[in-house]
Design a protein around this ligand. Structure first.
Ligand code: ATP
Ligand code: MG
Length: 285
């Protein structure tokens, strides 16, 4: 039987979470990341541990069938791969940063400047779109020190909190792209592998949906149930069970994590009591 080969980052910011996602999908990987390859015990998948930079090329060439990596690398490498799913972790942005004492007035600052980056393609597209002529210095790592050693006037680098920039005397002035981890696939997978990918995707979506939703239980007076039901529609409709105390019911439903506090406020106003909110492990529609 054929196996789906998935490339994930061997060592770095994406490794842990990529493995955790597979684990949450019920896929047991036999050995650690010390080897180049590992098999799953209970799912037709083989894991290849690679540098994230190499994943687009390997997926294009079908050395791997699918991969997990940052959108930033997908865009930079511009290979023939399909982005199948946003995975919601490793959120960051690719930004332009300049020495913090400079009074920044706008993109004009970059005209004729030297900018150090590991993302020359994304940056040159950005400058082209904005009609800026600048010299891009491609370097593969420690981009943030380039201005202090006199290699560049600015950097274009990955930022999440900005603290690395700050400690290197830089400030972020423009966002070039935003990024998160994504699942990519070779566009021409044979039907057998496509079927395995669909099974994997089904599980990934169940895991993601679960993390975006909470299970909610509450007690409410019967006369408030209609209104509470409209605030908490649930997956199909909420479960309502009578309480031992006359005139009261218990209501169970799901609530979206990001609407959670608004919903709680409304529920309290409607007379709900004893509200419990618990995490959901998997959510299959
Ligand atoms: P490799 O050795 O595999 O090439 P790397 O040094 O290129 O590793 P990491 O620093 O581990 O890569 O980052 C991998 C990806 O994680 C980046 O391409 C980006 O998508 C994301 N990332 C990088 N820095 C951050 C950050 N500070 N916060 C959130 N996500 C980040
Ligand atoms: Mg890399």
């Amino acid at each position: 039987m054929s196996k789906l080969k998935i490339a994930i980052q061997k060592k770095g910011r994406l490794s842990e979470k990529s493995l955790a996602l597979l684990r949450e999908c019920g896929i047991k990987i036999s050995n650690g990341t010390s080897k180049l390859k590992a098999n799953a015990k209970n799912f037709p998948i083989e894991v290849l541990y690679l540098r994230d930079d190499d994943i687009p090329q390997y997926v294009e060439q079908q050395v791997a069938d699918i991969g997990i990596l940052g959108e930033n690398e997908v865009i930079e490498k511009n290979k023939e791969v399909d982005v199948i799913e946003n995975l919601g972790f490793a959120g960051c942005r690719l930004s332009l940063a300049i020495p913090k004492e400079i009074d920044y007035q706008g993109l004009e600052y970059f005209r004729g400047a030297r900018i150090a980056t590991s993302y020359p393609n994304i940056l040159s597209n950005f400058f082209k779109t904005n009609n800026i002529n600048a010299a891009i210095e491609e370097i593969s790592g420690s981009v943030e020190i380039a201005p202090s050693i006199g290699l560049a006037d600015a950097v274009c680098d990955i930022v999440s909190t900005g603290s690395t920039l700050f400690t290197n005397g830089l400030k972020e002035v423009e966002t070039v792209i935003t990024s998160q981890a994504v699942l990519v696939a070779n566009p021409n997978l044979p039907a057998e592998k496509k079927a395995i990918l669909d099974r994997l995707l089904f599980r990934i979506r169940a895991v993601q949906r679960a993390s975006e939703n909470k299970y909610i239980l509450l007690n409410a007076p019967d006369n408030a149930l209609e209104e509470i039901k409209s605030v908490l529609p649930g997956m199909k409709s909420p479960t309502i069970l009578p309480l031992a105390q006359e005139g009261w019911s218990s209501l169970h439903s799901v609530v979206k994590e990001d609407e959670f506090w608004d919903v709680i406020d409304q529920l309290k106003t409607l007379g709900a009591q004893g509200i419990l909110v618990v995490p959901i492990e998997k959510m299959v529609m």
